[in-house]
Design a protein around this ligand. Structure first.
Ligand code: MTE
Length: 314
């Protein structure tokens, strides 16, 4: 995707797209208004997946926008461990085994530990949250994640006062991640957040989407979700969480430091050196839409950056 250069998912694992296609979107896209009306009023509710999702009331963190279909979210991916094309992660990740899984929590913490994933997740109440997600390449999606705030885990492991950043690492297992046999990026993939960003209530450790366990191509079994930052900050298939004193290295910054900074906040005012960031294409839509400051999450996150030069700290 971003490079300066020139096992298959079983069909039974993919929910039929119709179940997730949004009703209004369907009506808008059909040229036969009558057909749209029939769909709206006559077809049974069970055909309209969006009406069943999410269950319950809209939560305080949810966007009102329509989620993308499960099919879009699981077939249009960036996960270079499985190849560099958008279709590669779904096509090449069937042999990847996200169970059993352990996560090492270490560094500047009072309670370092190696957790089985189940034990790590068990104490927390999983929430469904519908987030806008914006990729640095200029496309976006709306994704109904399931997960828990990273802050909950941080409080449990009790960072020391020296912990200023959190560093994350993806699994390195080239036998199951064929992309790791090529040096398109430095492996393992690494990412990081400043401590206040990691503690922000929007920051999730996601273990599912659309109410199901994460598909391999979306970062099974656990990945980071930081909706006000470009998508590459959302490191997938995490095996290590390390609390550190200074800003940790990050994969895309190592790969192209002049193009990808540590912060990578969505910012329509700061262009990528090779393209504008003022607008984006929502997957499934035709016209581009304006990109919002902090991807629309300014109310919740802007104060963390007050006084910072966001052009320098891109
Ligand atoms: N994590 C790892 N380990 N490897 C990757 O290549 N790609 C990133 C991010 N996390 C990536 C990763 C990028 S560029 C994006 S846009 C998002 O994952 C895409 O997440 P999605 O495929 O679930 O939408």
């Amino acid at each position: 995707m971003l490079l300066r250069r020139g096992g298959n998912l079983k069909s039974s694992e993919i929910t039929p797209e119709l179940l997730y296609v949004n009703r209004r979107q369907f009506i808008r896209s059909t040229s036969f208004a009558g057909l749209g009306l029939a769909y709206e009023f006559l077809l049974p509710e069970f055909l309209s997946g969006q009406d069943r999702w999410p269950r319950g009331r809209k939560g305080p963190f949810d966007t009102d926008e329509d989620p993308n279909s499960y099919k879009d979210i699981t077939t249009y991916n960036n996960f270079y461990e499985f190849g560099v094309d958008k279709s590669d992660p779904a096509e090449n990740s069937a042999a990847f085994r996200p169970k059993p899984w352990t996560v090492r929590v270490e560094g500047e913490v009072k309670k370092p530990a190696t957790y089985n994933l189940e034990d790590l997740v068990k104490p927390y109440r999983l929430e469904d949250r519908i987030y806008r997600m914006r990729c640095v390449e200029g496309w976006s999606m709306v994704i109904p994640w399931r997960g828990f705030p990273l802050a909950d885990l941080i409080r449990k492991v009790e960072p020391t006062s020296r912990a200023k950043f959190v560093a994350f690492e993806t699994l390195f297992r080239p036998e199951e991640m064929p992309g790791q046999k090529r040096s398109v990026l430095q492996w393992p993939y690494v990412e990081g957040l400043r401590m206040d960003e990691a503690l922000n209530p929007l920051t999730l450790l996601a273990v599912g989407l659309y109410g199901k366990d994460l598909a391999n191509q979306n970062g099974a079994p656990m990945r980071l979700v930081v909706p006000w930052k470009y998508g590459f900050k959302g490191i997938k298939s995490i095996v290590k969480i390390r609390f550190v004193q200074s800003q940790p290295p990050t994969t895309w910054n190592i790969s192209a430091p002049e193009e990808y900074g540590f912060y990578s906040n969505v910012n329509p005012e700061v262009d990528h050196p090779r393209w504008s960031q003022k607008s984006e294409r929502r997957i499934g839509e035709f016209f581009r839409r304006k990109t919002l400051m902090f991807n629309g999450y300014a109310d919740q996150v802007a104060s963390m950056y007050s006084g910072m030069d966001l052009k320098r700290n891109f």
